[in-house]
Design a protein around this ligand. Structure first.
Ligand code: FHN
Length: 448
């Protein structure tokens, strides 16, 4: 009982920290001033939008304890205790080829992996400090190197999640909203943390792993009033790899220098999680991240697996809201991806092999999402995704173009429809209870 209470209190404290951080972080509205994205960056943004579905991976020494990536904070471990974790991290079953192959079989077009999380532990070969997988674990190898090589080989983009928040480095001082009682030293050089340590590691990530998709930042909400030297860091990234996208998970409206707006456990513009902004930057690609069960890092007691149908609906909802879905799994400490994840991912991949045309390469359609479903669009095709509608007729609002044909995506069967100034009425094919999404393709006149 005491444990349950403590866990719920710490979870609550965590959300409060995220919310307060998110509310305040806007006050540090410093960014890469006069940012003009390079042509290759603009191209990378389009490719990112086309990709639609990515694999998020939270993997670190915290996985050893099977209690999520916040275990240092949640269980109030001391630094000395946490320092022992790398000694038990020996992922002998890690197989970069299998991970990338699974992402591809799931229909995912990119991977975003934690290069380090809030524990500051580098999952790559860093020369900036020895708090890294090569020097502190019996494994002694750099899994990100293997993953990057495999991603390049299999033609999938790799992004690095990078936590700006660091519970381990003494120079992350003054402390932020989290992890006050873990025996961290009361002193440190903040500027050195940013300029030497963080930028040093980012330089490594952007020079030693070939072309990467971008950097997915997290943790700024921990110290909302701090000067994070963002102009310098953002300029460094864009200078080293102009096509690399900066994706900041600060839960606020984007600022110059940032290339994608991301939302955590929410669709763009929604805030059910309690810390997302409801303001959407319509100029930027959008992304929404979520978990396959309820956790980010490996959590041995979390069996709240979402069904393939739930995951497919999330993907369709994201696409209909002009957004990507970044779906998270937390691999085991031995490097294996548990079967509960892989079977569900493969089922989604199977679904995508039939419905992918209505997802990949699309943008949010011209009709606003409703309780019934969403639309996506590619060239002169509007895909009407009927997610929840029992009646035989569906009335849609007017659109500026003339519909010349309507047919069902799966079997190309003609679908009856009428169109006038009041809108479009389509006769929805009967629902098959096993179908997540009924997709009707509207072909427009005047294709471009
Ligand atoms: O605190 C992290 C959390 O562990 C996880 O990494 C998620 C992923 O979006 N982001 C943070 C909370 O905003």
């Amino acid at each position: 009982m005491a444990r349950i209470w403590r866990v719920s209190v710490t979870k609550h404290a965590r959300i409060v920290a995220l919310v307060i951080g998110s509310l305040l972080v806007g006050s540090t509205a410093i960014a890469q001033t006069n940012y003009q994205p390079a042509p290759e960056n603009l191209q990378a943004r389009r490719e990112f939008q086309d990709a639609k579905f990515g694999m998020f991976i939270h993997w670190g020494v915290y996985s050893v304890l099977g209690a999520g990536e916040w275990v240092f904070h949640d269980h109030t471990l001391t630094l000395d205790e946490y320092n022992r974790l790398p000694l038990f991290f020996d992922p002998e079953k890690f197989d970069a080829k299998a991970w990338v192959a699974l992402a591809k079989a799931a229909g995912m077009k990119y991977i975003t992996i934690t290069s380090r999380h809030h524990d500051g532990f580098a999952m790559f070969d860093s020369k900036v400090s020895d708090w890294n997988i090569v020097q502190r674990t019996p494994y002694k190898k750099d899994p990100l190197k293997m993953l990057a090589e495999e991603c390049h080989r299999q033609g999938i983009k790799l992004f690095f999640y990078y936590s700006q928040l660091d519970w381990h480095n003494p120079n992350y001082y003054p402390r932020g909203a989290t992890s006050w009682n873990n025996g961290r030293p009361d002193g440190g050089d903040w500027n050195s943390y940013l300029d030497d340590y963080m930028d040093g590691q980012l330089r490594e990530l952007l020079t030693n792993y070939g072309p990467i998709g971008g950097i997915w930042f997290d943790g700024m909400w921990d110290k909302p009033d701090a000067d994070w030297h963002l102009p310098k860091t953002y300029a460094l990234i864009h200078q080293l790899q102009p096509a690399a996208l900066i994706i900041p998970n600060h839960h606020q409206t984007p600022r110059p220098g940032e290339d994608v707006q991301t939302f955590e456990r929410d669709l763009p513009g929604q805030n059910t999680a309690g810390f997302n902004t409801t303001t959407i930057n319509t100029q930027l690609p959008l992304e929404s991240c979520d978990t396959l069960n309820g956790s980010w890092g490996f959590n041995i007691s979390d069996a709240k697996y979402k069904s393939p149908a739930e995951l497919e609906r999330k993907l369709v909802q994201a696409a209909g809201n002009n957004s990507n879905l970044l779906l998270n799994i937390g691999p085991q400490p031995n490097g294996e991806i548990q079967q509960e994840f892989s079977t569900r991912l493969l089922a989604v991949g199977d679904w995508l092999s039939k419905y992918g045309n209505s997802i990949y390469g699309t943008r949010g359609g011209p009709i606003a999402p409703g309780d019934w479903g969403v639309t996506t669009q590619k060239d002169n095709k509007i895909y009407v995704h009927v997610l929840s509608w029992r009646a035989p007729l569906l009335a849609l609002p007017p659109i500026p173009s003339k519909v010349v044909k309507a047919n069902s995506l799966l079997d190309a069967a003609a679908v009856e429809f009428t169109q006038n100034a009041d809108g479009i009425i389509v006769k929805v094919p009967p629902s098959n209870s096993e179908e997540t999404d009924r997709v009707i393709v509207l072909t427009l006149a005047n294709s471009h």
